[in-house]
Ligand binder design. Structure first.
Ligand code: AMP
Length: 200
């Protein structure tokens, strides 16, 4: 399965992406995690990305697109992938479409998580306390929500026009949200119950 997860920060994409990827036996590719690993290792990419991340801005398209295209070329993506946090701009979505069209392997589904802003702010404040993420400071959180609204929300229409979009209510118990997601996807081998049992 080739799946994209969209949604504002705090909507639960990361948690659900890991569960869905585990279920379908394909890699969970989280661009934010890749950037954070590069920052921690002090790579050139990490140094280029850090100032944008700390401000809550998007890293420039050319850097993100090159990074994701390289990751998608790995053989573990042959069976599919769950993209978490990419694309975040129409440019990125077009680059992904072009690559997948070239491979004759288009996306199967795009899931967009929804949650009320107060819920997102509450969750992100909790994550800031637990994980000490610099970009989870309150002012930066608000900025990231604005960036989502301006740069990423247009992808909802982009994928709706391509008949790939499913909206997912991201509020509720983690297992219930996973069940809603799997309901909207073609059943994995072993069926939906096996999927729910296997999701970590
Ligand atoms: P995340 O963990 O997905 O919230 O991402 C953390 C930060 O990494 C974002 O606020 C951006 O600065 C950067 N980032 C992650 N994915 C992308 C992307 N697709 N495009 C641009 N910047 C990104």
């Amino acid at each position: 399965m080739r799946i994209v997860l969209l949604g504002p920060p705090g909507a639960g994409k990361g948690t659900q992406a890991a569960r869905v990827a585990c279920r379908f036996g394909c890699p969970h590719i989280a661009t934010g995690d890749i950037f954070r690993a590069n920052v921690a290792e002090g790579t050139e990419l990490g140094r280029a990305a850090q100032e944008y991340m700390d401000r809550g801005d998007l890293v420039p398209d050319e850097l993100v697109i090159a990074m994701v295209m390289e990751r998608l070329a790995s053989s573990d993506c042959d069976a599919g992938f769950v993209l978490d946090g990419f694309p975040r701009t129409v440019n990125q979505a077009e680059a992904l479409d072009l690559r997948l069209a070239g491979l004759g392997a288009p996306l199967h589904a795009v899931l967009c998580f929804e949650a009320a802003e107060e819920e997102l702010l509450r969750r992100l404040a909790g994550r800031a306390a637990a994980q000490h993420r610099a970009d989870d400071a309150e002012q930066t959180i608000r900025h990231r929500l604005e960036v989502f609204a301006i740069k990423t929300r247009p992808l909802i229409d982009y994928y709706r026009h391509r008949r790939l979009l499913t909206m997912v209510d991201g509020v509720g118990r983690v297992e219930d949200v996973t069940a809603r997601i799997l309901d909207g996807l073609p059943a994995p081998e072993g069926g939906r119950d096996a999927a729910l049992a296997l999701a970590v």
